[in-house]
Structures are given as structure tokens and as C-alpha cells.
Design a protein around this ligand. Structure first.
Ligand code: SF4
Ligand code: SF4
Length: 418
């Protein structure tokens, strides 16, 4: 089927109006390679790198084409073929994907060093003295978007096991993520508090591996499988009512461990159970009937909601975060035009394709500003950072947060125990 229903939903096609930059064009390229009508070369690699992986095309497709899977396989083929390899790219990929994001303690150490650099004022001085000019051109562009690392990481804020004060209804595992752990550990704490307030015993292992989503989305299939095995070893899915994530990009990958490990005799059964138990926090709260905070306590604010692609398109979760926001007293939810249009973060897209990412970021910030909201909520650390940077660059005083954080605040305001 070549209907083209996906074309108007595709941000890269919208920018260039070129068929090759559309979902239909990319699928045609994938098919041509699979049928040996086209050789897998650098042009194909670049096309796959230009695709955001936002999956808007998947939502639009009436034929149910599983673009996410096709895209992941295509990126893995590109990496296997080596057509994009050069020494700099290979070293960066090895350092990031195979070393840093496979060793959680090392990642924390790097996070700690970055925190020291920021907290001691060294970053401020570096910028003030104009030393950023000495950086290579690509790094110079990225330097201003370096995320602010928090002084405490998740294991310093959340105990390995926490029990709800008013009796246990469920036992859940809480995933702390990797970027989320360094930059948004406070949101992990908020997530734990909200789960506790809703009768969940929360199990949070202090050292957690990366879930492998960054590997899966970037063509490192074998490493993604290894990370999935490690995660399943850490959280036995049969021991929990649910395993909770609050990062949409991770969740969209985490829900497919079954497919990833389908041929693994030792893990296939647990991986299928894992898929059944894996829940985005918004999904879980609505499914189990979350406690609505009482009215008097919460602050009044106009809030809008940006949909992370991997939540709305990847996991088809659209209603639940809005339900949570609407239930918070004082929150006036105002719809964001193009709420499900990608903000340009898309994993590492704002690093690999900064120009396109910046165009999408600007478009998103403009739409948010048009709502007149004081706060924008979103459910993914990548989008969160992209929006924070976008607001700063545009000189806008619009706060970025997560629905779960607003809910946690409302609970805390009504009761010191949360
Ligand atoms: S994933 Fe997003 S950018 Fe890629 S083809 Fe689909 S809609 Fe276009
Ligand atoms: S991917 Fe789906 S929506 Fe896009 S052209 Fe093919 S069938 Fe149509």
C-alpha cells in the first residue's frame, strides 16, 4: 500500500517536501535494499540518520505498518554494513554506546565530574573567558545545551525499598534511567512519592543499567539485547505487579524486550512477562485509579502539555497524562496546537542533526508560547531538556515539568506525608 497518508504527519517531509525524506520514501528505500535493487550505501545511512524516529507516520498509517521496527532494523543494517564508519564517528560511538552507556557507575562518575564543573563555577568562568571558542566547531555548538546535572542522583534520594504509609496494594519496580538519573533525579523522587501515595511498595535498585533504548534506536542490536538481559536479571518481572518508567523514549523500547529476546532460550519467557508488566507511570496511575488530590491546596496555573513522540506515537498513551493534569486542583489545562509534533530532541537527533532539530525546537516553542501557559508538562527527559533550552534561547519564562511532578506537589501540599 502506498497511500501517502503518513506524509503530512512527517516533520522531515514537511520541511523538505522531498519523497525520500518521507516515511513512504524511506520504506521504499528499505524495500529496494531488501530486494537487492539498491545497494546499502552512505546515502541510505544518511537518510536513516535524517529520520527523527518520531513515529508520527506509524500513528497515521491505516495499514498498520510497524515503522518503529523497520527503522530499528534499517539502522542496525547501516551499522553492520559499516558504510557510515570513519575514525571519529566510530570512536565517539564506542565511547558513548559501548562504554559509557553500558557502565552505570562510570556514567555516574562522569555526571559527578560534570556537576563539579558546573557547581564550582568553572563552567561559568570557561564561558565568561570565551574559552568555548577553543572547542572544535561541533562541540562549540553543543556546549550551550549541556544539561544541568543535579547534586544528588536517584540512589541518594530513593531508598532501595520504600513502603506506603497506608497499606500496600501493589509491588512495583521503579526504573531510574540514565540521563533521567543524572539530570532529573528529582522527577524520579516525585514518581516514587506518587506511587507510594497510591499504595505501591516501590523497589528501586540503587545501581541500574541503561535499558538499551539508546542502543536499540541507534543500530546497536546486540548491545541492546545485552542491556535487556541485565535489566531482566535486576527486576524479575514475575516478582512485580508492574515495572514503572517515567521516560517515554525508554518506555517505548522497554515494552519490546519480548521481541528483542524472542530467540533467547533463557530469557524469552521472562521478556514476554516483562512486556506485560512494563508501564509508563501515567498509564499505571490511570489504570489503577490514582488518588485525586484535594482541592484547596494546589497552586493555580495555566498548564499546557507537549506529547513526547515515544509516548503518544510509540506507546499510544495520550489520554492518561491529560487526565492526571486535569485532576490536579488549580491546574487549568490548555491544549497545545500540534501537541504531538516532534520537538526535535528525538534521542540524540539534536546532536546528530542540530540544524533540523533547531527548526523543530523553534516551532514547538512558538506553539507553546501561543497558549499563554506558565508551565509546559512533558513526559520524556529528552523533550524536557529540549524545551528548557528552547525557552532559554527564546527568552521565555515558561517552566518545564512532568505531570507526575505536579501531582507529587499537589499530594505534598495536602499532606506532609504526600
Ligand atoms: S519516524 Fe518521524 S521523521 Fe521518520 S519517517 Fe516517520 S514521521 Fe517521518
Ligand atoms: S506507511 Fe502507511 S500511511 Fe505511509 S504510505 Fe505506507 S501504507 Fe500509507
Amino acid at each position: 500500500m502506498h497511500c501517502g497518508m503518513c506524509l503530512p504527519t512527517c516533520p522531515t517531509y514537511d520541511l523538505t517536501k522531498l519523497e525520500q525524506h518521507s516515511p513512504r520514501g524511506r520504506i521504499a528505500l528499505m524495500r529496494a535494499i531488501a530486494d537487492d535493487h539498491l545497494e546499502l550505501g552512505p546515502a541510505f545511512g544518511e537518510e536513516m540518520s535524517y529520520c527523527l524516529g518520531c513515529l508520527a507516520c506509524e500513528t497515521a498509517c491505516p495499514a498498520g505498518v510497524d515503522y518503529a521496527h523497520l527503522f530499528e532494523v534499517a539502522r542496525a543494517d547501516v551499522e553492520k554494513s559499516g558504510v557510515m564508519d570513519n575514525p571519529v564517528r566510530s570512536s565517539i560511538r564506542t565511547a558513548l554506546l559501548k562504554i559509557l552507556f553500558t557502565h552505570p557507575r562510570l556514567l555516574r562518575l562522569v555526571g559527578r565530574m560534570l556537576w563539579l564543573y558546573q557547581a564550582t563555577g568553572a563552567q561559568w568562568l570557561f564561558r565568561r573567558l570565551g574559552l568555548t571558542r577553543l572547542l572544535p566547531a561541533k562541540l562549540r555548538k553543543l556546549e550551550p545545551i549541556t544539561p544541568v546535572v543535579l547534586p544528588k542522583f536517584s540512589h541518594q534520594l530513593i531508598r532501595p525499598v520504600e513502603k506506603p504509609a497506608d497499606g500496600t496494594r501493589y509491588r512495583v519496580g521503579l526504573l531510574t534511567g540514565c540521563v533521567q538519573d543524572l539530570v532529573f533525579a528529582d522527577i524520579n523522587r516525585d514518581t516514587a512519592d506518587v506511587l507510594l501515595a497510591n499504595g505501591c511498595e516501590v523497589v528501586t535498585p540503587p545501581v541500574q543499567p541503561c535499558c538499551g533504548s539508546i542502543h536499540g534506536h541507534n543500530g546497536e542490536h546486540a548491545v541492546a539485547q545485552e542491556m535487556a538481559r541485565r535489566m531482566i536479571d535486576l527486576f524479575d518481572p514475575f516478582a512485580f505487579d508492574a515495572i514503572i518508567t517515567n521516560a517515554a523514549g525508554c518506555g517505548s523500547h522497554l515494552k519490546h524486550y519480548g521481541r528483542l529476546l524472542a530467540d533467547d532460550r533463557d530469557y524469552a519467557v521472562r521478556a514476554r512477562e516483562w512486556d506485560r508488566k512494563l508501564k509508563d507511570v501515567n498509564e499505571w496511575l490511570v489504570e489503577t485509579g490514582f488518588r485525586v488530590p484535594v482541592s484547596e491546596a494546589a497552586e493555580s496555573q495555566k498548564v499546557t502539555y507537549h506529547e513526547a513522540c515515544h509516548l503518544c506515537h510509540g506507546q499510544k498513551i495520550t489520554r492518561q497524562p491529560r487526565e492526571i493534569l486535569q485532576a490536579i486542583p488549580g491546574v487549568e489545562l490548555t491544549e497545545l496546537p500540534e501537541s504531538d509534533w516532534c520537538c526535535g530532541s528525538a534521542g540524540v537527533y539534536n546532536i546528530t542533526q542540530p540544524e533540523t532539530a533547531a527548526i523543530l525546537q523553534e516551532r514547538k516553542v512558538g506553539k507553546i508560547a501561543s497558549t499563554g501557559a506558565a508551565v509546559v508538562a512533558t513526559c520524556n527527559p529528552g523533550c524536557h531538556l529540549q524545551l528548557v533550552n528552547g525557552m532559554r534561547q527564546a527568552g521565555l519564562d515558561i517552566r518545564v515539568t512532568q505531570p507526575v511532578t505536579l501531582l507529587a506537589r499537589a499530594y505534598r501540599a495536602q499532606s506532609p506525608r504526600g
